[in-house]
Design a protein around this ligand. Structure first.
Ligand SMILES: *Cc1c(COP(=O)(O)O)cnc(C)c1O
Length: 446
């Protein structure tokens, strides 16, 4: 099959259809070429080679149609090749592809900044700067916070994931595979304990915040601390939803102590959690919010948005990058925002979350220690029955079996024992139900 011959988008047949084993011969041939051509460090979770995608399916080089519960790691929330995105990007593509906003600017960048200033939590004056990746935006949030506070330390949390660049590796918690052998890491990064209700003995949000603040005050000191950076719901760390009030107490402490509170909403943003941003759920207003992944329907874009007086601290020329806010990515982002609003994807995310949690609970499987998440960001933490002992082998077994049945799922978590589900919000109900049927069978067999 000619990989360019299949049109993607929501008009692709919305079916799970396996015509070969997974991965099939064409994908295996590509994987052999990948092995010889691509650096070994770039791993692949499920090496089916995709030729088209849209709605809730991925079609591979063998003609298999798989149900997508991963969205390319929470990126294609509006769907792959979503119609408004395709149209907007095609139009931009035929006008111009790049000028560099720092040289000769264009309106798409300004429009995206205006939209983010309008949509992110809080009605204070805001500014936005655009970048290419989540990690790059997190780094810039730290630069901005340091410039504004004239302090240096950064506090992050247990199980955190903020990226793979040098500074963000230091901020990411997990050694394997993200950090191992790649040191030395950036200085002035400190780690505080998170609220992890399943594993911290039922500490309330306020108690967990007090525990974290105690570590921060004793080991860092507010007078040295530029920023607290936190994912409002952790992504790679295991879809950990902190106890109610944890985030609010941290923000209050930051405000009282001249520390910039940065929400890393790279994975949680853009309707994924059933709010436009996860902070909205608790009424938390971060000083800076970092967005990426779901922002542009698959085109590379990231942003830092926040209080004007903080964002404007760096000197002119201090922020930027060749491609940051690329015109194609900006056109895509504007189309994503339009799609979220026009199709009420916030409501759709909530409905998907309700369906998934009910079905997963109905499995009644004692190895599912907790079902958690918010909206269409749902996970199950797998344990040995009757305990909280992590069972990463079960997570691997279930994921592999789901893959072989044509359902794309991902694992995560510090202990590798969390199965996570991030369906595109464009997935039709019948496919979501079928994916859950497959998961139920796979759990029974495992
Ligand atoms: C994926 C992710 C990042 C890094 O984003 P990249 O675009 O891969 O650099 C940062 N923070 C969180 C919470 C993420 O999920």
């Amino acid at each position: 099959m000619n990989p360019t011959s299949t049109a993607g988008g929501p008009t692709l047949p919305q079916v799970r259809r396996l015509v070969t084993e997974i991965p099939g011969p064409a994908s295996r041939a590509w994987q052999a070429r990948k092995h010889d051509a691509v650096a070994a460090g770039v791993g692949t979770t499920l090496p089916v080679y995709v030729t088209a995608a849209g709605g809730g399916v991925l079609v591979d080089a063998d003609g298999n149609s798989l149900i997508d519960l991963g969205s390319g790691i929470a990126v294609t929330s509006v769907g792959n090749s979503a119609p408004r995105v395709v149209e907007a990007v095609a139009e931009q593509l035929s006008s111009f592809t790049h000028t560099c906003f720092m040289v000769t600017p264009y309106d798409g960048y300004v429009r995206v900044a205006e939209a983010l200033n309008r949509l992110t939590p809080g009605d204070h004056q805001k500014r936005t700067a655009l970048f290419n990746s989540g990690a790059e935006a997190v780094e810039n949030a730290v630069k901005i916070a340091r410039s504004h506070t004239r302090k240096q330390a950064v506090v992050v949390f247990d199980h955190a994931y903020h990226g793979r660049t040098n500074l963000t590796m230091a901020m990411t918690a997990k050694n394997m595979p993200y950090k191992h052998g790649f040191g030395p890491f950036a200085a002035e990064v400190y780690r505080a304990p998170l609220s992890y209700p399943f594993r911290d003995g039922g500490l309330s949000g306020a108690e967990a915040a007090r525990r974290a603040i105690d570590v921060i005050e004793k080991q860092v000191g507010a007078e040295n601390l530029a920023a607290v950076v936190i994912e409002p719901i952790q992504g790679e760390g295991g879809f950990i939803v902190p106890a109610d009030g944890f985030l609010a107490a941290l923000t209050q402490w930051c405000t009282a102590n001249g520390v910039v509170f940065v929400a890393d909403e790279v994975q949680t943003g853009f309707a994924r959690t059933g709010d436009l941003f996860a902070c909205d759920h608790e009424g938390v207003v971060p000083d800076l919010i970092v967005t990426a992944k779901g922002i542009a329907g698959g085109l590379p874009l990231a942003a830092v948005t926040g209080r004007a007086e903080i964002m404007d601290a760096p000197h002119v020329g201090g922020l930027g990058g060749t491609y940051g806010g690329n015109p194609l990515a900006c056109a895509a982002a504007l189309a994503v925002i339009e799609t979220i609003e026009a199709e009420d994807l916030v409501g759709r995310a909530r409905a998907i979350g309700t369906t998934m949690k009910e079905r997963l609970a109905s499995f009644g499987d004692p190895r599912i220690g907790e079902i958690r998440g918010r909206g269409a960001m749902v996970a199950v933490e797998l344990v040995r029955p009757g305990s909280t002992d992590p069972d990463p082998e079960l997570a691997r077994t279930v994921a592999a079996a789901a893959h072989s049945q044509g359902v794309v799922v991902l694992t995560c978590g510090t202990y590798g024992n969390v199965l996570r589900f991030l369906p595109p919000l464009s997935i039709p109900d019948h496919l979501l139900a079928e994916a859950l049927d497959v998961l139920e069978l796979v759990f029974k067999d495992a």
